[in-house]
Design a protein around this ligand. Structure first.
Ligand code: SF4
Ligand code: SF4
Length: 497
């Protein structure tokens, strides 16, 4: 066993209200510089939709991630040879318009325009060229437009749905949507790291955060192609690639990352997971149907004495093991098994898990406009969810609806159990049956309810103390360089823009 520790995340999608506070918090801290205007290390997409950059999930276009090659995996569109072939023109690279052309408004015109007959306006101008521009897209352009033909219908996840099923979703009375906040997944098998010819990307030993060394980056941009989630970005001003750093300077001082700290819906959880690095190859190259189970298998029980002993031998600090035992991520992912990885079929073994949304949890109204409160109609069956199971499975379980059903069974059991406990109007037998079917007991249901809705800040973010002896970089005053070219980047390159 080669035990390592990884900072992992859970986003509970039923709680996301699509307010974009997370995106704005991140933008104001990390990507408000020249060359980074178009970057949203954290973005929130409306699903169904094409996302940011547009159609990022379609690897026929972008060739990101890994593909299975017999007993092993190889990078789909990046890597040394493939990269060499595309050195002068990489057809799989997203271009600026796939993200969006960043702009600002010329508010100064409102104050400095000469007196005239017409009202001055603040025109939109390009943040890159300064020229007036017509705005055609933005990072959350499809926000809330769940049924719009331009975006929702072009969602890649519809591949697995028949035309009739798709049409049913777009009928006016059935139209629905969900929010999908995304950051870098700090994967266990990061395609971005594997693809870099300069070795500029690396995964930190102490917490698994994936970073780009700004001094080694040589602008090959292989990482941009390789990351199937499109979470590495090219900074046209510095000539370097950049990505989410999981706010590591905040983590090291015990603070939650800014997107998580500011999350209004309190959908975000962060904690340590211990995993067996010896299994990475096996998980990444397994059959598609086993991907989720095998990934769950790689994470170890931090309360198991054998795991604790091995972890200590592997140099993991006791404080980190303690944090793993208290990790909310471990509970959601391993103990309760209600959080799933996004697009596991990309084979990067992502460390950001999502509790899929059950929406809409509607009560039924009878012909007289009175709420039906019998258990059967109070919560509609999971098969009546407006987002079809197949669609959710395409996002979170490589198309396996059984995995999603198990998650939903548990979540429904929690709802019914809590209703029975607090209101007490549901037939006991029915509640028992549902709990048995979902393989969950009252204590677990209460614990899920608590961590989902009542948890304190300290329960949601369990951050182990940083071990300064393990990392020299954290002693450097990174804030000094912020205004220039991003944290940790000290010298401007001689070439480039
Ligand atoms: S999400 Fe993309 S950028 Fe982040 S670690 Fe995984 S492959 Fe790399
Ligand atoms: S701040 Fe939280 S609730 Fe708001 S959009 Fe972001 S993830 Fe969703």
């Amino acid at each position: 066993m080669d035990i390592r520790s990884q900072i992992s995340m859970v986003f509970h999608l039923d709680k996301c209200i699509g307010c974009h506070t997370c995106s704005v918090a991140c933008k104001n801290i990390w990507t408000d510089r020249k060359g980074a205007e178009y970057m949203w290390w954290n973005n929130v997409e409306t699903k169904p939709g094409t996302g940011y950059p547009t159609k990022w999930e379609d690897q026929d276009i972008y060739q990101g991630g890994w593909e299975k090659n017999g007993d092993t995996v190889s990078l789909k569109g990046a890597g040394k040879l493939k990269g060499l072939k595309n050195i002068f023109h990489n057809p799989n690279m997203p271009v600026l318009d796939d993200y969006y052309h960043p702009w600002r408004y010329k508010y100064e015109d409102l104050f400095t325009s000469p007196e005239g007959d017409d009202q001055p306006i603040g025109r939109a101008v390009s943040l890159i060229t300064g020229e007036p521009m017509e705005i055609k897209a933005g990072p959350n352009w499809d926000d809330d437009l769940g049924g719009s033909p331009d975006y929702a219908r072009k969602d890649t996840n519809f591949k697995s749905l028949s035309n009739a099923e798709q049409e049913a979703m777009f009928q006016l009375e059935k139209m629905t949507m969900m929010y999908l906040p995304r950051i870098c997944n700090h994967c266990l098998n990061p395609a971005c790291v594997a693809s870099c010819p300069s070795g500029a990307l690396y995964k930190r030993g102490e917490d698994g955060v994936v970073l780009i060394n700004q001094e080694r980056c040589r602008a090959w941009r292989m990482c941009v192609t390789a990351c199937p989630y499109k979470k590495t970005y090219y900074n046209w001003s510095s000539g370097k690639s950049e990505k989410c750093i999981l706010c590591y300077p905040r983590l090291e001082s015990g603070q939650a990352p800014a997107c998580m700290h500011s999350c209004v819906g309190r959908i975000r959880y962060l904690g340590v997971m211990l995993y067996d690095a010896d299994k990475i190859h096996e998980v990444a190259s397994c059959d598609e149907k086993d991907l989720v189970d095998k990934q769950l298998d790689i994470y170890l029980d931090p309360n198991d004495p054998k795991v604790i002993e091995e972890a200590k031998k592997c140099g993991i600090a006791e404080s980190t093991i303690k944090a793993a035992q208290d990790s909310p991520v471990y509970k959601f992912v391993k103990e309760w098994e209600i959080a799933l990885p996004l697009h596991p079929e990309f084979r990067t073994i992502p460390n950001l898990f999502y509790v899929p949304p059950m929406l809409p949890g509607m009560a039924q109204v009878d012909g007289d406009g009175v709420y039906e409160s019998s258990s059967k109609s109070l919560f509609p069956s999971i098969d009546e969810n407006r987002l079809p199971m197949k669609y959710i499975a395409s996002l979170f379980s490589a198309g396996d609806t059984d995995i999603v059903r198990k998650v939903y069974d548990k979540m429904m059991a929690v709802k019914v159990h809590r209703r029975a406990e607090t209101v007490g109007d549901l037939p006991q037998d029915e509640v028992k049956d549902l709990m048995a079917k979902a393989k969950i007991n009252g204590d677990s249901a209460n614990a899920i309810y608590r961590l989902t809705s009542l948890a304190t800040f300290e329960e949601r973010f369990v951050i182990p103390p940083a071990h300064r002896e393990e990392s020299i970089e954290m002693l450097e005053a990174t804030a000094e360089f912020k205004g220039e070219n991003g944290f940790g980047f000290k010298e401007r390159p001689a070439r480039g823009l």
